[in-house]
Design a protein around this ligand. Structure first.
Ligand code: ADP
Ligand code: MG
Ligand code: MG
Length: 873
């Protein structure tokens, strides 16, 4: 027969999946001899079985509970329901993954009209006995009978007012007797049944209530928020009561072995005298600093301090501990790994290595890479956030916090920024046209677009906060308003964006700047020693490149050249080039662009020093550079001296039904070779200049969107021709590499051919995912959420590499590529390069490097180290 119930002394911390976190740790503390009130745990399997049986406690389970209860009664020397000297218990939930405050606890179970007298007599303390009884009715009423809490709370408040009592410690025995009667009436009225007097009945009802609490709405919401499965179930712990409400020699408290917010190695916590259970956290009375316990209960304090240290050593991590002092005697009621801020996590991990408690590998493994984000960007002050007015929620597209005045066009954003205002750019969606407005803004909010939309990608690159896809917003760029239900905001109003959660707030919220202390550097150095993957960055300006180097980037994995054409003095030339009717006219415009582009490369090469730089030749379809708004078209027609209708006609001709699969990438070079010729000339001249200045630059020229080897052969020939030309003109030879992106499934499958011509591969996993799934990057946001809600997709494949599909193609490309060229350089430059799980996958594939936006570089460094520890080669 299956064992569904375990005494604390039968368990250990190893049995977490079965006993839940709380049960397993109570067992562990019992096992190592700490003062834990006796008890037993009903397993998570029993909870799952309970649901499978159609919400029923079956006979066998009932018997096993009865068996453990009577063993416990024998040990304690008295019994549940014993009139003269009753045994009381608590019934506590405890899931496998800790869900603080999400489920329910019942204390003082076993009290009824008779046993309360017994308790009063044996303890010699009437007040305590009736206080405990009213607490039972209150908690049982709330958790088991589902009577609204306020019905009890308001009676307690009334009593306090009547008596002029500031706190419930000022109430006396008779007051609690009155309350017991009043509470029983509430139960009778609300449930049409008296408060259950039989302790055995109380116990079974309480166990069922805990099982059921696993599925209460707040628990479900919490699990969804934290990616915890709904099928784990919760354990139930039944434990002998100890009492912190026995008088001034008793109390209850909660403490962390170190400061969970800063990481400082000092006991941190709160304590209340003559109190029980949740009083400390419930806010009824203001708890005291744990330090004060030293004066109030010196012996128990000393003992607690020792136990806290022992627990930390035992678990080798910071602990979050609950305890009670019963007439001077200390009892441990819970311990678990303490939740902490990213800053505290770093401090604790590094300190523990220095204290010899854990290894460097463990320290590196303990940090959640994504949490580093909190440290690199400004964040909202937590207290201020609690009081903020939420307007709506979109996607957390780029981390950080921003608070400023809203503007609806890039021009107005630029102007407001010039006036010294802090700007939030609000758009339905952004396009490359908006770049300057985005640069001028502290944050970006869009109604449309997903995590890989233009706004999201660009904002991440710039390290700017961005909330995208806030679909409930009604944005009118013309009227300069954003509306949602009753709220209507116009230009110049203040909002606050939280890029970590996607929340949009009304008004100003105070922010805190990022702080990168010495311990951060130490931890990252350990990570660097451990990792195999190199980490590069996606950057196309000297400023982003410098930021990335500061964050530890070892090169540029993707320098997009298209953004360089959007600056004010360039876009006009670019447009003239695009709208040229003859090759001659096109070459003329390109000749104007060449020196500008060359200077960009010179500046970036200088920042990067001897680090490798991969430059991608022009990739987006040309019409992305053309204006769409009527006013812009008119202005451009004037500049180019063509009629508006003629210009519109050309714009229409260039528009594509499906631009993502259209005339872009290397296809542009097949039609207009002169574009890539200009770019290669700019790259090679820049490299030559640096060589003459004594630097050692090896540009990596990357050709995008190859699907067919002959495409690559054609474009490569053209690239080589220009390289030779520059060599002849300058009389210098500069080393270089020519490679390609692998972003079309056909390229992955024919990678053996491709590698004959390419010296490196860089996986463009945004496009590769788009084309493998057939999901449009720009439209998938609309349905991927639905897919996730319905369990069709577990993760958004644009955020985390789909190992089964996209990953399989990558694997094939790596294998075939290396067969043709054993020294093929392999990297990834899609957005996935900054996602920890995807970085791990790249490590497993044996790539040479990952490349990600500057602000994700530290995350990738840490994730790469974790992958190397978990999967040593
Ligand atoms: P949560 O999971 O919400 O922390 P717990 O099961 O830990 O809930 O119970 C909340 C509090 O109730 C504990 O911190 C402790 O103060 C009190 N409590 C629980 N069991 C007992 C017990 N056997 N004796 C005394 N107090 C208890
Ligand atoms: Mg607890
Ligand atoms: Mg691409």
């Amino acid at each position: 027969m299956k064992q569904y119930v375990y005494a604390f002394r039968e368990g250990s911390s190893e049995m977490k999946p079965l006993l839940g976190g709380k049960g397993a740790n109570l067992a562990e503390m019992t096992r190592i001899g700490l003062p834990v009130p006796g008890g037993f745990t009903i397993t998570t399997e029993a909870c799952i079985e309970y649901y499978e049986q159609g919400n029923m406690i079956w006979d066998d389970l009932r018997q096993q509970i009865g068996q453990k209860l009577s063993e416990m009664e024998t040990e304690m020397g008295h019994q549940l329901g014993e009139v003269k000297n009753p045994l009381l218990v608590s019934v506590r939930s405890g899931a496998v993954v800790s869900m603080p405050g999400m489920m329910d606890t019942i204390l003082n179970l076993g009290l009824n009209d008779e046993t309360v007298q017994g308790l009063a007599n044996t303890s010699g303390n009437q007040r305590f006995a009736f206080d405990s009884y009213r607490r039972l009715i209150q908690m049982f009423g709330d958790v088991v009978l589902e009577i609204p809490k306020y019905k009890f709370d308001s009676l307690l408040e009334k009593k306090k007012t009547e008596k002029g009592a500031a706190s419930d410690t000022d109430l006396v025995a008779e007051d609690f007797m009155d309350l017991v009667e009043a509470f029983k009436k509430v139960v009778q009225k609300e449930t049409r049944k008296p408060f259950p007097q039989d302790p055995q009945v109380q116990l079974m009802m309480a166990v069922e209530a805990v099982f059921k609490s696993w599925n209460n709405p707040r628990a479900r919401v919490y699990r969804e928020h934290n990616d915890i499965s709904h099928h784990l179930g919760t354990a139930v712990n039944i434990q002998v009561m100890v009492f912190g409400n026995m008088g001034n020699d008793s109390g209850t408290g909660v403490a962390f072995t170190r400061n969970p917010s800063t990481g400082e190695n000092k006991l941190y916590g709160e304590f209340l005298v003559n109190a029980q259970g949740e009083d400390v956290v419930a806010g009824i009375r203001t708890p005291k600093d744990i330090e004060e316990m030293k004066n109030l209960l010196p012996e128990a304090y000393q003992q607690f301090k020792e136990v806290a240290q022992l627990l930390e050593k035992h678990y080798r991590d910071m602990q979050d501990i609950e305890f009670t002092v019963n007439r001077g005697k200390l009892f441990m009621l819970q311990t678990r790994t303490g939740k902490r801020t990213a800053q505290a996590a770093i401090q604790v991990a590094v300190d523990m290595v220095e204290e010899g408690l854990i290894t460097k590998e463990e320290a590196v493994l303990r940090m959640n890479p994504s949490d580093l984000d909190q440290l690199l960007h400004p964040t909202f002050d937590e207290k201020a956030l609690e009081e903020a007015a939420l307007i709506t929620k979109g996607l957390p597209a780029s981390s950080g916090a921003a608070c400023g005045k809203i503007y609806f066009t890039p021009e107005e954003a630029v102007n407001a920024h010039a006036r010294g205002e802090i700007v939030i750019l609000v758009r339905n969606e952004t396009s490359p046209e908006d770049i300057e407005g985005m640069v001028a803004s502290a944050g970006i909010l869009t109604a449309k677009g997903g995590m890989t939309s233009h706004a999201a990608v660009v904002a991440r690159g710039m390290g700017k906060c961005c909330v995208s896809g806030a679909g409930e917003l009604n944005i009118s760029e013309q009227e300069k308003t954003m509306k949602i239900e009753a709220i209507s905001l116009t230009e110049g109003d203040f909002i606050s964006l939280d890029g970590n959660t996607g929340c949009v707030y009304h008004g100003k919220i105070a922010t805190r700047e990022a702080r990168l202390g010495g311990r951060f550097v130490t931890l990252m150095e350990w990570a660097d020693d451990l990792r195999k993957l190199k980490v590069r960055t996606n950057a196309d300006t000297p400023r982003d490149s410098a930021k990335a180097v500061e964050f530890g980037a070892e090169g540029i994995g993707l320098c997009r050249t298209e953004h360089m054409f959007f600056e004010e003095n360039r876009i006009a030339v670019m447009r003239r080039m695009i709208l040229s009717r003859t090759e001659d006219a096109r070459r003329k415009a390109l000749a104007e662009l060449m020196p500008m582009q060359r200077d960009d490369f010179v500046a970036i090469f200088k920042v990067m020093g001897d680090r490798p730089v991969t430059i991608r030749l022009l990739d987006p379809p040309l019409h992305e550079f053309l204006p769409t708004a009527e006013a812009d078209i008119q202005r451009l027609a004037g500049e180019l001296d063509v009629s508006v209708s003629q210009l519109k006609e050309t714009v229409r001709e260039l528009a594509e039904v499906n631009p993502m699969l259209g005339h872009r990438g290397c296809r542009l070079a097949v039609t207009y070779p002169e574009i890539y010729e200009m770019q290669v000339q700019a790259i090679m001249e820049a490299a030559t200049q640096l060589k003459r200045e004594g630097h050692h630059v090896i540009p990596e020229i990357m050709i995008p969107l190859i699907g067919e080897i002959k495409e690559l052969q054609y474009v490569k020939e053209l690239v080589l021709k220009v390289i030779r030309q520059v060599g002849n003109d300058t009389g210098e030879t500069v080393p270089y590499l020519i490679g390609t992106m692998i972003e079309i499934p056909r390229a992955a499958i024919t990678a053996d051919d491709i590698a004959k011509e390419a010296e490196f591969f860089s996986f463009g996993t945004n496009d590769l995912t788009q084309m493998t799934y057939g999901f449009s990057r720009d439209d998938a946001g609309k349905f991927i959420k639905e897919y996730r809600d319905k369990g069709i997709l577990e993760k958004d494949p644009f955020q985390q590499i789909d190992r089964r599909g996209v990953g399989e193609l990558m694997k094939t490309a790596v294998k075939l590529g290396l067969e043709s060229r054993s020294d093929l350089k392999l990297g990834i430059c899609g957005e996935h390069g900054g996602d920890p799980s995807s970085v791990e996958f790249c490590h497993l594939l044996g790539l040479d490097y990952v490349s990600c936006s500057p602000f994700r570089v530290p995350i990738a460094r840490l994730a790469a180290a974790q992958a190397a520890i978990r999967y040593p080669s």
